[in-house]
Structure formats: C-alpha cells, structure tokens
Design a protein. Structure first.
Length: 347
C-alpha cells in the first residue's frame, strides 16, 4: 500500500523557514541526541558476526557448504556498509577524527574506499536526484532519465531498452563495482589520504583473496567469490534502490528549498523493526535526508513529526511497502528508457 499525504500550506505569517520550524520540533523531542549505547551494541554484534562468518569459513573449509557461509557473509558485509554509512554521517561520533578512523576500518573490512564513498555520498545528500549534480544517478550502465536515454550510446543504450527487467540481475555486479570504483578513485590526486586509502583497500584484496585460495581449491574459491560478491551487490542495491529510484528527478536550475528538495525526491518504506534492521534504518529515508546526523534508531520516532509537518505545509510525503517500492523503482527505470525503445533507428 502506498500512502501520500498532502494538506494546505501554512498561513503566510508563519515565522521561520519551513525546515527551521521542523528542526526545532525534532530537537525539542530529543531526537538529535546521541545513542552511544545503541551503537556500542550494534557495532559489537556486527563485528561478532563478521568474525564469526570468517571463522565458519575456516572451519567449514573444503566443502560446498562454504557457499552458505559466503551468502551469510554477503549479509554481514552489507551490515558493515550500513555501519560505515552511519559513522560517515557523524551519527556515532561527534568528532571528525574518531568518525574517520571507524569509517576507514569499516571500509577496509568490505573493500570500500571510505574517503571516495564519503565524498560521493555527501554530494548525493546535497542534491538528491538532481540529474547533473547527484553522482548516484550519473549515467553509467543504466539511464535514470529520458534525457540520459536520448544521449545514451553503446552498451547503456542496449541495456536501456530493458533496464527495468535487467536491474536486479545487474545488481550482482554492484559489489565488484564498489571495489573497482574505490580503486579507480585512487588515481584522483584530490582524494584526501589517498595513500592510506590505497594501502587499506589493497590490503583487503590481498587478505581476502589469500584466504579464499589458501583454504579452498581453485574452483570452489571462485564459486565462493562469485556467491559472496554477487549477493553482497544484490543486498546493497536492495537497500538503496527503494530510497530515490522512481522519484522525481531535478534538472538544470531546479532548486527547491532544502525541505522540499529532500522530501519530494525521497521515499519511505513501511515496515517493523525487522525492516529497520534489514535496511539499516534507511527505510526512513525522508527523515534521514532531512537530518543526516540523526542516529538511525531515532528516525522511526521522527517520522510522525516530519509527516505531520509535511501535511501542514502541503508537501507530498510518500511512504510505501517494500515490494511496492521496488515496483515503483522499476517503473521509473522503464519510463526512463522509453526514448530508446521508441527510437526508429537502433543505437
């Protein structure tokens, strides 16, 4: 079920910006306060699962049951990525140095360049779903808008014809893409702490591959790598796809105010505590984009405040179920590829 709430705008004499008034309500509710106990437990559990997964890998050893361990570690890698996400937003530590240290450790555990990803993600938050400014919808293998579809050539144009059908199969490459993009970013001299990032990244690759080919025979090691990395990619994509895909795309000088820029391009996913754990709280995407440094367990509590505020302003607030969110994301991809499908001359 999809719910979209709107109402009438506030009276013209309302004081302060729309976001400033919402921020005061949220702060007064104590929702920006740190949650050190929660993060201590969460990080401890994720670290234990990570260590347990690799211990199981070593104990199971030369057996095809090791592929089940690979599937388990795919989920654990996704949870580590979610911890790195919260750390990058200063939800865990207030200060930059401990945040950066914890983020780099988490990134090294999954083969992700933390500095590269943080820069990319910061630009996404500043301009979500903006065709020219959001790196998350820059044209690559997929096209995210009809303008990108018209300009597409080669493989993106070929894929664009059926990209909605191919989306989930292509997510199997997302784990590999994360590693490759992290390595490619090292060529950018403007990347901060480039040497450290490179050392951590390639140390992960070396330890990971050594463990695989030391413990398993060649064929089984390759099978483990494929199962682990492909499922990791699918899990990552399944976490982030419901958030903005299929939502309005901004272009050119489209620059609504901060509140509308964040709310109108984001989608919430309804669900209980299990959904919160599975998606790392990012199912409350509207609240997260409005308050990136809010600890993820507080996002659920912020939801009724934000939703009610949007109702008062007449700002669309979209929330839907998980399956419906994927359906809407795929429908958006299908619409984006329309110019390619309707072109008279194949590209």
């Amino acid at each position: 079920m999809t719910m979209r709430t709107t109402s009438h705008p506030p009276p013209p004499h309302a004081s302060g910006s729309d976001f400033a008034r919402l921020a005061k309500k949220v702060a007064d509710a104590g929702l920006m306060d740190r949650r050190p106990g929660y993060y201590a437990v969460r990080i401890t559990v994720v670290a234990a699962l990570y260590a347990g997964g690799w211990t199981a890998f070593a104990l199971v050893g030369h057996s095809w049951w090791t592929l089940a361990v690979g599937a388990f570690l795919a989920l654990v890698f996704g949870q580590v990525a979610l911890v790195a996400h919260d750390v990058a937003h200063r939800q865990v530590f207030r200060l930059r140095k401990p945040s950066e240290l914890a983020g780099r450790i988490a990134g090294a555990c999954i083969g992700m360049g933390y500095g590269w990803w943080q820069d990319k993600h910061t630009r996404h938050h500043a301009n979500p779903n903006h065709e020219e400014l959001d790196p998350d919808i820059a044209p690559d293998l997929l096209v995210w808008s009809q303008n990108q579809a018209r300009a597409a050539r080669g493989l993106p144009r070929l894929i664009g014809r059926s990209q909605a059908v191919l989306f989930f199969p292509l997510l199997t490459l997302e784990g590999f893409n994360l590693h490759v993009a992290s390595a490619r970013a090292l060529a950018n001299r403007s990347l901060k702490n480039r040497v450290l990032e490179g050392v951590l990244l390639f140390a992960h690759f070396a330890v990971y591959l050594t463990a695989l080919f030391l413990v398993l025979p060649l064929g089984m090691a390759i099978a483990f790598l494929l199962v682990h990395q492909c499922l990791f990619g699918v899990y990552l994509g399944s976490i982030f796809a419901p958030n903005h895909k299929g939502m309005p795309i901004l272009t050119g000088k489209d620059r609504p105010d901060f509140l509308r820029r964040q709310v109108l391009t984001s989608r919430n996913v309804c669900g209980g505590r299990f959904t919160d754990i599975l998606l790392g709280g990012l199912n409350h995407q509207i609240e997260h984009h409005l308050f990136p440094s809010m600890p993820s367990p507080n996002l659920r509590r912020a939801r009724p405040i934000v939703r009610r505020h949007c109702e008062e302003l007449g700002v669309d607030y979209l929330e839907t179920g998980l399956i419906a969110s994927y359906r809407q994301a795929l429908a958006g991809l299908h619409r984006a590829g329309a110019p390619i499908r309707h072109a008279r001359v194949p590209g």
